[in-house]
Design a protein around this ligand. Structure first.
Ligand code: CTP
Length: 142
């Protein structure tokens, strides 16, 4: 008869990540795919319009409802929610029972203090693409 084993690592690993994901591009897709590959379930916090305005000093092109719908429709994404504040990462990690926090390496070191709540992983950004650069290119300002 096969031996049944049970250990702490058996529970599904939940990964959480955050972003604005405005004017969705391949850099966004790659970070979502790589985040999903680190666990069994991917939860994505999509920045609220008001947070984006505070954080980046401009209104997003697409509303939070549209950005949420786009991210929620991606195959690797299991759940989405609106990130209301940058200061609530610890609360969101607890609320979604996240085992891993994934951030782009533009934030490297900035979330190490959350290492007592979950594993913290910084992924390298996809080179040469960003929402800001795309907006500038499309609007002819670059
Ligand atoms: N990201 C990435 N590679 C890129 C652009 C973004 O891996 N070339 C990642 C970020 O590190 C973050 C997520 O995608 O984890 C969402 O980033 P966001 O700020 O929404 O996208 P940007 O294109 O960086 O937007 P902006 O130019 O407005 O700062």
């Amino acid at each position: 008869m096969p031996e049944t084993t049970s250990h702490a690592d058996d529970h599904p690993r939940t990964v959480i990540t955050f972003g604005t994901f405005d004017v969705f591009h391949v850099g966004h897709l790659r970070v979502i795919e790589r985040a999903a590959a680190l666990g069994d379930r991917l939860v994505v916090g999509v920045s609220a319009d008001a947070l984006n305005l505070r954080k980046k000093g401009r209104e997003p092109v697409f509303s939070q409802a549209e950005r949420l719908a786009i991210v929620a429709a991606l195959k690797p994404v299991d759940e989405v929610f609106v990130e209301e504040s940058l200061e609530l990462k610890r609360e969101y990690i607890a609320q979604y029972a996240a085992d891993v926090l994934v951030m782009g390496d533009d934030w490297a070191g900035r979330f190490d203090e959350l290492g007592d709540a979950c594993e913290v992983v910084y992924l390298p950004r996809t080179p040469a693409i960003s929402t800001t650069a795309l907006i500038e290119k499309i609007s002819g300002t670059s």
